[in-house]
Design a protein around this ligand. Structure first.
Ligand code: G3P
Ligand code: MG
Length: 365
């Protein structure tokens, strides 16, 4: 193995020369893409992780706090944008762990907020009675007192004008209480969503009613900011959470209760490790064969690389879990510093994801 001596890399840990197995988790926004545009040589970097036959040479996945469409659709979208075959099992989004709440809410009325198709996301996990916040709000006349000033067409406007044949509520929403609210992806209409979520949460799940026990509230992530196409960072789901919480706590006697998923939670990294093991098992030539193989249960990675752009999310998460996680911070997104981040220093800082992959492959041979 050759240790990269290039000054392009700023590392605080000496690379080991005896690595036998490794995997990679790629953050998406600010590392692989900005908006829908590939950045930092990401398509080239990913190509190096495949054999000529097109099978995976290195187990890798995408570990993003973003979302709003099912993992299967995101995999197709990423494959097209990056020119590499990505499978749904390689896509872990902020809301992916919501699937684990199925036993609790499978047949309960729940609402799903955010951009994209939040209700479809939840339905694909198996939730049977899920409505998007958009559709749910449309069944409550005058719930949004400023809707008439909104000059965009929403599902809500379509439902209320009768143009959508889904106007008849699919569930008895005017009488049945919402059992839980899920913020699946970045909300589009913050004002409306804060209003309607406050209605649901303060009333005990039935807008317009007297106050009741707050239904559980789940956020897919808690990113204050993230890097999109605009030059400076954009407000993320964490900013929305702060806005909702501030308002809720002013209008309600009990403080808002909620649970946030996504990075930097350690369980996200543990789950990524388990998925990478399965990928390793199914792609490593003549090594491990199936997910259920008892050998695969005992297999341990020497190193798992988290390549991210946000010190407070990607680096902090890898740091909290510790080995085998090794953090690599790029300068293509939220972090734009020269050396390393002072509060959450990464194990390595590079300019781009392509440099990160160069480093990993040189180090691992
Ligand atoms: O909305 C997306 C954002 O909060 C973070 O995405 O890929 O940087 O984890 P990512
Ligand atoms: Mg990012």
């Amino acid at each position: 193995c050759q240790t990269p001596a290039s000054s392009r890399f700023f590392s605080r840990i000496q690379p080991s020369h005896e690595r036998s197995s490794f995997g990679i988790a790629f953050d998406i926004d600010g590392v692989i893409l900005r908006g829908r545009v590939p950045i930092g040589g990401s398509p080239r970097a990913l190509r190096r992780l495949y054999r000529e036959s097109g099978t995976l040479k290195v187990p890798f996945l995408f570990l993003t706090n973003g979302g709003g469409i099912p993992e299967s659709r995101r995999a197709i979208e990423l494959s097209e944008l990056l020119g590499a075959p990505i499978s749904p099992s390689q896509v872990v989004q902020g809301h992916t762990p919501f699937e684990n709440l199925l036993t609790r809410y499978e047949n309960e009325l729940i609402v799903a907020a955010g951009k994209g198709e939040p209700a479809l996301v939840m339905s694909e996990y198996g939730f049977q009675k899920v409505l998007s916040l958009d559709e749910y709000a449309s069944y409550f006349k005058d719930i949004d007192p400023v809707s008439q000033y909104k000059n965009w067409t929403t599902d809500q406007a379509l439902y209320q004008s009768g143009q959508s044949n889904e106007f008849t509520p699919r569930y008895n929403v005017l009488y049945e209480r919402v059992k839980a609210a899920f913020v699946v992806s970045d909300p589009v209409d913050w004002g409306r969503d804060i209003q309607v979520l406050c209605d649901i949460l303060t009333s005990g799940g039935l807008p317009g009613q007297e106050s009741g026990q707050q239904p559980p509230l789940y956020f897919a992530a808690d990113d204050l900011e993230y890097q999109a196409a605009f030059p400076s960072e954009r407000l993320g789901m964490g900013a929305f959470r702060i806005a909702l919480e501030s308002v809720f706590n002013r209008i309600h006697h009990n403080p808002l209760e909620y649970v946030s998923y996504g990075k930097p939670n350690p369980f996200v990294f543990k789950n990524a490790e388990a998925i990478l093991k399965r990928l390793q098992s199914s792609h490593h030539d003549g090594y491990l064969i199936s997910n259920g193989d008892p050998v695969s249960q005992h297999f341990e990675f020497e190193t798992l690389y988290m390549i991210g752009d946000n010190p407070f999310v990607d680096v902090k998460g890898a740091w909290q879990v510790g080995p085998p996680w090794f953090s690599i911070l790029t300068r293509t997104g939220v972090f734009k510093g020269k050396d390393n981040h002072s509060e959450f220093p990464a194990d390595l800082v590079v300019d781009t994801v392509e440099e990160a992959v160069d480093y990993i492959l040189e180090r691992e041979c």
